[in-house]
Design a protein around this ligand. Structure first.
Ligand code: NAP
Length: 262
């Protein structure tokens, strides 16, 4: 066995993470909430991180300046803009020549009661579906040559318990996350040894759902088996575990919901 692999084996058998020094990680939606927590966790583990943002250029730059280590960059990676995806791939090819970790965390939603069909016209349904599953598809597609250039690449799709409970901010969002999970399975089968995993949190206390009340979130969480709200840091640790420890897991979903969906 190669020396480096032996070292990884030893570290894993002792339960310690191999560390991500020398690895390149891209986090879409890295400018905020769960994505920003993933950026911090990956940089703390030693990775060089590309912070993807959309409108939050200043937040992304401020986060970059706080990270340990060198070489981190902030890039605009919109969910639905093919030209921007091609430009991102070119820039990352020039700077790094490969990607070891891709976290598709960017997403958006609206709060629409499931019974209110007037408030979810087909155009808005398409927009939500297109952004939340078409976006990760298009970005992964553009970055696939760089992922395949790594000898150990992991793609994490940020899903949600909405994918299988059908409960969530609106019907299109639930459908999008279910589609994202299925895409994770298909891509895992088609593109191994690149690994694909969905991470599915319950409600996390970020500004993701406009108009959501933190008290309401805390009240709901109190009634779950673990009795607490899932934090962005909880999600980031799950992402790290997927990258560092779940080395033979691919094409599956890791649910981190405090028992919310039981
Ligand atoms: N919070 C929850 O309750 C929860 C639960 C389960 C799953 N999730 C999932 O977790 C992911 C992150 O959510 P969050 O809670 O971290 O929300 P957040 O704090 O609102 O962050 C959303 C991120 O997505 C980016 N984004 C939004 N629209 C975009 C677009 N059109 N193109 C590119 N980037 C875009 C934002 O970038 P800018 O700020 O730079 O514009 C921001 O970085 C989402 O995929 C969401 O579905 C969230």
């Amino acid at each position: 066995m190669h020396q480096e692999e032996e070292k990884k084996e030893r570290q894993a058998s002792q339960g310690s993470a191999p560390g991500l020094a020398g690895k390149v990680a891209v986090v879409t939606g890295g400018s905020s909430g769960i994505g920003a927590a993933c950026v911090r966790a990956l940089a703390d583990a030693g990775a060089t991180v590309v912070i993807g943002y959309n409108e939050g250029a200043e937040r992304a730059q401020a986060l970059r300046e706080q990270l340990p280590g060198n070489g981190h960059i902030a890039l605009r990676i919109p969910l639905t803009d093919g030209a921007a995806h091609a430009a991102t791939a070119e820039a990352l090819q020039r700077s790094f020549g490969r990607i070891d970790v891709l976290v598709n965390s960017a997403g958006f939603t609206r709060r629409i009661a499931h019974g209110d069909l007037d408030a979810l016209p087909p155009a808005l349904f398409d927009e939500i579906l297109g952004a939340n599953v078409g976006g990760p598809y298009a970005i992964t597609r553009a970055l696939m040559p760089l992922l395949r250039a790594s000898d150990d690449a992991t793609v994490i799709n940020m899903s949600s318990v909405s994918a299988f409970t059908g409960l969530g901010s609106n019907i299109a969002y639930c459908a999008a996350k279910a589609a994202l999970d299925t895409m994770t399975v298909s891509m895992a089968r088609a593109f191994g040894p690149v690994r694909f995993l969905s991470v599915a949190p319950a409600a996390v206390d970020t500004g993701f759902v406009p108009g959501r009340n933190p008290d309401e979130l805390a009240k709901k969480a109190a009634a779950t088996p673990l009795g607490r709200v899932v934090t962005p840091q909880d999600v980031a640790l799950a992402v790290l575990a997927c990258v560092s420890h779940l080395r033979t897991a691919t094409g599956t979903r890791i649910v981190i919901d405090g028992g919310h969906s039981l």
